[in-house]
Design a protein around this ligand. Structure first.
Ligand SMILES: [Zn+2]
Length: 344
């Protein structure tokens, strides 16, 4: 293939700047079949048989999937954003950072919450998030002000924790959710047991930041038309937690792959999380969806999540069929990010 001299250094890895168009030929585009994929100017410009281009990359016998979206990371807490394209990630959702992180420029597409909107003294302001990871509110007016400020500063999602300790009054939580929804912004809650998940559902929260770790029971049905971020590996990966994830999935909830990166230290696709989701009972195809198209759709990464013309060319070439073993996502033979081949 023809490579121009320009390279963008990604902490130990480089993305080769490819001039003109490239066709990946001979691979199975997962969900489509054996076909060609043309990449030009950072985008997938065609998917189909017999495509031509300036350069041809033969990937016969391999498999092409979109790069992974991690729906739960903390990149202000662990500064590896520049490493993640080379780790096979297309985009991330950052679910708690100090306010200043909302302004940080990154190559990696990111939806960010900024600080969690939390109660006075609430999670995580007296523990790991003491350094600006929580915006403390104690009234409806303060809650509305906090949500408005976050959105004005670029937050694309609002996170409001619900805990057994100091936590929001019902009316304050309702005000947070209503204010965010008025701006068409989703609300994610850290709500890790049955009662917290029930409170979150009653308040209209859209997404569970973690699979709850105590038996959900009746709270399962509350979440049937909402979403849950897996984070199994980060939270002990117990049988109860895995059962909750499967039950939520079977009830109709949207399952999203998320690792709590920052608290978990894998700067790329986390094979333990993929395996834990399989162990919970999701199929390989369902885990693949949870790591690609589902988060793209929910969080508005409209240019990502599928292999089709017009999307950003952030994709993985795999030796092994991910529909037979989805942990193949963690060992790509090629990584393309924004139309550039990432080389190690
Ligand atoms: Zn987290």
């Amino acid at each position: 293939m023809r490579l121009a001299g320009l390279s963008l250094v990604l902490l130990g890895c480089t993305t080769d700047s490819v001039a003109g168009s490239t066709v990946l030929t001979g691979a199975t585009v997962v969900g489509v079949g054996i076909t060609d994929v043309r990449i030009e100017d950072g985008r997938i410009t065609a998917v189909g048989a017999g495509l031509t281009a300036d350069a041809v990359v033969d990937v016969s016998g391999q498999f092409i999937v979109p790069s992974v979206i991690d729906a739960h990371v903390h990149l202000a807490y662990w500064d590896v954003a520049d490493d993640l394209p080379a780790g096979g990630l297309a985009a991330v959702v950052d679910l708690a950072s100090p306010m200043a992180f909302l302004d940080v420029d990154t190559t990696l597409p990111m939806v960010r919450s900024g600080p969690m909107v939390t109660a006075e003294g609430g999670y995580p302001t007296r523990s790991w998030g003491a350094n600006g990871y929580g915006l403390e509110v104690s009234s409806i007016a303060q809650a509305q002000q906090a949500v408005d400020t976050l959105i004005a500063n670029g937050a694309g999602v609002i996170k409001a924790p619900i805990t057994s300790g100091l936590s929001h009054q019902t009316e304050v939580l309702l005000a947070i959710v209503e204010r965010a929804h008025t701006a068409n912004i989703l609300v994610v809650s850290h709500a890790v047991d049955q009662s917290e998940a029930a409170i979150a559902a009653a308040a209209g929260v859209d997404v569970l930041a973690h699979t709850p770790i105590t038996t959900l029971g009746d709270a399962i049905s509350d979440w049937s038309d909402r979403a849950v971020i897996s984070s199994l590996a980060a939270f002990g990966n117990s049988p109860t937690t895995r059962d909750n994830l499967l039950a939520l999935h079977q009830a109709g909830a949207t399952v999203l792959y998320g690792t709590d990166m920052g608290n978990q230290r894998v700067a790329g696709v986390n094979v333990r999380e993929l395996q834990a989701m399989r162990d919970a009972g999701l199929t390989n195809a369902e885990v693949l969806t949870a790591a690609t198209s589902a988060p793209a759709m929910l969080f508005g990464f409209n240019d990502h999540g599928t292999i089709e013309a017009g999307k950003v060319a952030s994709l993985l070439v795999l030796d092994d069929d991910p529909l037979l073993d989805v942990t193949a996502l963690a060992r790509p033979s090629q990584i393309w990010f924004n139309g550039q081949l990432v080389t190690h």
